[in-house]
Design a protein. Structure first.
Length: 243
């Protein structure tokens, strides 16, 4: 892969760079075990490739809001690649999410929708400095609870009613909407850059303007997060000096 490879999964914001791609893969492997990908069909030229694939895996963690079932899943999908001088520059994944939900027992009934899930419990608002939480409790399997030091967080990524909390090479899964978590964090330490992403301002090493008010945000941990135009003014203010 190119060092500036742009990766777009079925859900969430685009990612840029090797470390962002690896973080996604680590997050997948925390919930899906024994992963194997079969290429069913492929059409390729020197600069493009389209691949029909089937991923098989064992459901071992909370996925799409469903606790681990131990079932073997078959996830059909497609992947599209762009190449430049034999290196992959862009990857776009389109997975069949509805097929997964049916296998996980989450299919909708023909004539009625199930009631919406209860809202996530509000996060504690213990203060530190100007505001925000000190630590976040992560509930894992077998009744185990681990704690994440908020000062160690690099960035946060939405995944439906969950978030992936990136701390160096480790990714923690928390059952809370990204908007709820944002309200519990210190606004002086974190900035929302996309409807699916929050970054710690102290981890921002470089901003690169892309187009139409969008930026590629390069973090000191190596991750690259793309912003949206909605948060253009807040991001632009980061580059202002008081002199």
């Amino acid at each position: 892969m190119h060092t500036d490879v742009v990766f777009q999964a079925s859900r969430g914001a685009p990612r840029t760079g090797h470390e962002s791609f690896f973080a996604y893969m680590r997050a997948i492997h925390t919930v899906l075990g024994e992963c194997a990908c079969t290429i069913d069909e492929m059409v390729a030229t020197a600069e493009r490739a389209a691949v029909k694939v089937t991923l098989t895996a064992v459901h071992r963690g909370v996925f799409l809001g469903v606790p681990p079932t131990g079932r073997k899943l078959h996830w059909p999908g497609s992947a599209f690649f762009s190449m430049d001088e034999q290196r992959i520059t862009k990857i776009r994944l389109l997975g069949d999410i509805d097929a997964l939900k049916k296998q996980l027992g989450e299919e909708l009934r023909p004539f009625s929708r199930p009631p919406p899930p209860p809202p996530a419990a509000p996060l504690p608002t213990s203060k530190t400095g100007a505001g925000g939480m000190r630590r976040i409790a992560i509930r894992a399997a077998a009744g185990r609870v681990t704690f994440v030091d908020v000062d160690a967080i690099d960035w946060i990524e939405a995944a439906e009613n969950y978030v992936h909390i990136h701390v160096g090479p480790t990714v923690h899964l928390l059952h809370a909407p990204i908007g709820t978590l944002e309200k519990a964090l210190d606004p002086a330490a974190f900035i929302r850059v996309h409807r699916s992403a929050i970054v710690r301002t102290a981890r921002i090493g470089e901003l690169r303007a892309i187009r139409h008010g969008e930026y590629e945000i390069r973090l000191t941990c190596g991750a690259r997060v793309r912003s949206s135009r909605t948060y253009h003014e807040a991001i632009k203010a980061l580059a202002w000096n008081p002199f």
